[in-house]
Design a protein around this ligand. Structure first.
Ligand SMILES: [Fe+2]
Ligand SMILES: [Fe+2]
Length: 270
């Protein structure tokens, strides 16, 4: 007779991992098996990959495909293990060992963006990710990092101004006086670091600089440019795209100047 624990692990969280470990202790069994049904919000293959990674340090706990009538099965009820919060980007609640993996997965990034952004902002983010990846490939830069930065650059845009200001005052007080429209690039950087456990400097720097266009690296420039010229933008982008094909620096400067003129005109019209 085997002792089996079963849950959807959608994805596996730290609470669930601790529950598995405590079940083995509670049952006093030599070997414990973990079962995961096929149904879930994240794909079975991704959930399984994360589950195996989380359980890797535990020699006496194994993943099993099937449960037989002779097994003693313990079920963890759905919704009791922070899975929903993790799926919305609170990666710090995911099981130890899986956090870094999560924000590299396109499937996870898409889900995150859908849950934190409006529908329109979510498709814009997907398009920025593709555009940023295209330019990274064109200039021999890091495609994966640029894709991730594209997905996540507007992740806090839907947060209230009050919440964004609270974060600004704590982490970036020197920029809190900037127009509220640029706050989200700073608060997204904080969100990546604090909630998503993303400590990658290239990604965070690109996200942090995507509104003001004050980043100095080519990765910063790519995200700044991709954000303004991704194909779903409802204005002409041909000229900017052509310049970006020949020089990132020129394109970033061109777009910076265009944006400055646009803001000046808007202010005059107020
Ligand atoms: Fe933005
Ligand atoms: Fe954007």
């Amino acid at each position: 007779m085997r002792a089996v624990v079963s849950a959807s692990f959608d994805p596996i969280t730290q609470k669930e991992l601790e529950w598995i470990v405590s079940c083995r202790r509670m049952k006093g069994c030599q070997t414990l098996y973990v079962h995961m049904p096929e149904e879930g919000i994240l794909s079975y293959s991704l959930r399984r990959k994360l589950l195996k990674r989380a359980l890797a340090p535990y020699r006496h706990i194994h993943v099993t495909e099937k449960v037989s009538p002779e097994d003693t099965v313990m079920y963890l009820p759905d919704g009791s293990g922070d899975g929903e919060a993790v799926r919305s980007g609170i990666v710090r609640l995911a099981a130890r060992g899986t956090r870094n993996m999560l924000w590299h997965e396109t499937e996870f990034l898409e889900l995150c963006v859908q849950s934190r952004c409006t529908e329109q902002r979510a498709s814009h983010s997907v398009s920025v990710a593709k555009t940023a990846e295209y330019f990274a490939a064109r200039y021999g830069l890091d495609r994966e990092r640029m894709r991730i930065a594209g997905y996540l650059h507007d992740i806090t845009k839907k947060q209230s101004n009050e919440e964004n200001l609270r974060v600004m005052n704590f982490w970036y007080p020197e920029f809190a006086a900037e127009n509220y429209k640029v706050w989200h690039s700073f608060t997204a950087e904080v969100f990546l670091r604090q909630e998503m456990c993303c400590y990658d400097r290239i990604i965070r720097s690109a996200v942090r600089h995507h509104t003001l266009g004050d980043g100095m690296s080519d990765h910063d420039r790519i995200l700044y440019i991709a954000d303004k010229i991704e194909p779903t933008r409802p204005y002409p982008i041909d000229t900017e795209w052509k310049i970006a094909e020949r020089s990132l620096k020129e394109a970033a400067e061109f777009i910076f100047e265009e944006t400055r003129q646009f803001i000046d005109t808007e202010e005059k019209n107020v």
